[in-house]
Write a protein that binds this ligand. Structure first.
Ligand code: ZN
Length: 463
């Protein structure tokens, strides 16, 4: 049989299976409804890891194993106290951001300085007013700015300028307080709280243009824990040491079901494994599946994997990360600065009779990044292209199962399974590993090294 004809037959089986079975939805539902909170280091995350391991075994993957690593976990205790004390008095609901420390007993009293969207320029302009005060900023990274400005960068800038607290206000309606780590894998220097958009606006209205003063008390704690990556593979028949790594993080934020971020990603990876397994005899190279732990608290699972598998990195053709599949009708891949991928991806789309979105803009905030830092070609599956307005319901209590559509899971899993077969078998491969110098040049074009230096998360290899 000619190669194209052979794949056509496999495509029919993969697509047919994906479209008539409900396995991916059932996986997502189990993660969301039965397990729920999968915060790194929690019992929910442990249960999710066990469930994924059983799943990989049931599908019949090879080498199913759990790879543990130590990290600093964090858990919220009592609800924080946040009270406006001047010029008016009012109480506000808020949630602590991961790694926010416990305040001294009795709390702290600080004035608030509003830095708006918290762009680096805003912090610079208001730098003399920030020392000793609480910084209030939105969760928005405005579309007019030339790059994404992450919460962790805003927090780092606040600390750098001597802030005593950090108030992080959602920019979406719905009385939803946003979460997200203030620091990664270490205790934050000052308390950090998430506020709903409506509460942040009310606080500023009550201040009526004067400098508001707030009382803050937090009760949360950090503790030593173990993360666990769950790994398995379909072993290649011709060149088993050459591989495609495909993964997504299964930990989530504790305040929600973490359905989109990243129940969808891990359900997509598991479903792609299930769809591909019956065709394993066709795979010339190995496909390595990884459910990463502890992404939301600092890409710790991705880092642990890269450290543990250092000797294999040269043999990785491509790392495919799946973190939030999105709801755009056209799914595709962002190749994070490997522009050479465009033509082969177009050829792939033509062969598959499929529209596959393409982008190539490096990002630093998911599990592909530790691979990128090592020069390994990598991409993210999801809705690609267009400006990113933010996380939507992600990182709020509203990131729930009902928001995810069945067709998105089906499309993402089928596209992933069909792509993996081709990525693993293509005789020629256009994506080279990059040297540290090439990675640094690429990241510098997007100011990413500066930002990570500021956040304290720049991998030592890139210093
Ligand atoms: Zn995520």
């Amino acid at each position: 049989m000619r190669r194209e004809d052979l794949y056509r037959d496999v495509d029919k089986q993969i697509l047919g299976d994906a479209m008539v079975s409900d396995e991916a939805v059932a996986t997502l539902r189990h993660l969301c409804d039965t397990i729920g909170n999968r915060m790194a280091g929690s019992t929910g995350e442990r249960r999710a890891g066990d469930y994924i391991r059983e799943h990989f075994t049931r599908i019949g993957l090879d080498n199913v194993q759990v790879e543990a690593f130590p990290f600093l976990a964090w858990e919220r205790k009592r609800k924080p106290v946040l009270r406006l004390t001047r010029p008016a008095r009012a109480s506000f609901a808020s949630i602590a951001l991961p790694y926010s420390p416990k305040t001294p007993k009795g709390g702290i009293d600080v004035e608030v300085v509003d830095v708006g969207d918290g762009l680096p320029e805003d912090f610079h302009r208001l730098r003399r007013q920030i020392r000793g005060r609480a910084v209030l900023t939105t969760s928005e990274s405005p579309g007019y700015y030339h790059r994404w400005v992450h919460r962790a960068e805003k927090f780092a800038l606040a600390v750098k300028h001597g802030a005593k607290a950090f108030l992080f206000v959602n920019h979406y309606d719905g009385l939803l307080a946003p979460t997200g780590s203030a620091r990664f894998n270490k205790k934050a220097e000052v308390p950090a709280l998430g506020l709903a958009k409506e509460d942040g606006a009310r606080l500023l209205r009550l201040a009526a243009g004067q400098a508001p003063q707030v009382h803050i008390e937090t009760f949360d704690r950090a503790f030593k824990a173990q993360g666990r990556n769950v790994c398995a593979r379909l072993t290649g028949t011709e060149k088993p040491d050459e591989m495609i790594v495909v993964g997504g993080h299964y930990d989530g934020h504790d305040i929600s079901q973490a359905a989109e971020d990243n129940g969808t990603g891990v359900a997509t990876v598991i479903e792609a494994a299930r769809l591909l397994a019956p065709h394993r005899h066709l795979l010339k190279r190995t496909v390595s599946f990884v459910a990463f732990s502890a992404e939301e608290v600092g890409l710790l699972g991705g880092q642990a994997y890269v450290e543990r598998h250092k000797a294999e990195l040269d043999g990785i053709r491509l790392m495919v990360n799946v973190d939030s599949i999105g709801d755009g009708r056209v799914k595709g891949y962002n190749f994070h600065g490997w522009h050479e991928a465009k033509a082969p991806l177009q050829a792939l789309g033509a062969e598959m009779h499929e529209t596959i979105g393409y982008a190539s803009r490096p990002g630093a905030y998911s599990d592909h990044f530790p691979f990128l830092a090592e020069g390994v070609p990598n991409c993210s599956l999801g809705t690609v292209g267009g400006a990113s307005g933010g996380r939507g319901y992600g990182h709020t209590a509203a990131d729930t199962f009902d928001k995810v559509s069945r067709i998105d899971l089906r499309q993402a899993a089928a596209l992933l399974a069909r792509s993996l077969l081709r990525f693993a078998n293509a005789p020629a491969w256009a994506l080279p590993h990059k040297t540290p110098q090439q990675i640094n040049d690429m990241l510098d074009r997007f100011e990413i090294r500066d930002v990570l230096r500021r956040e304290g998360t720049l991998p030592s290899r890139l210093k």
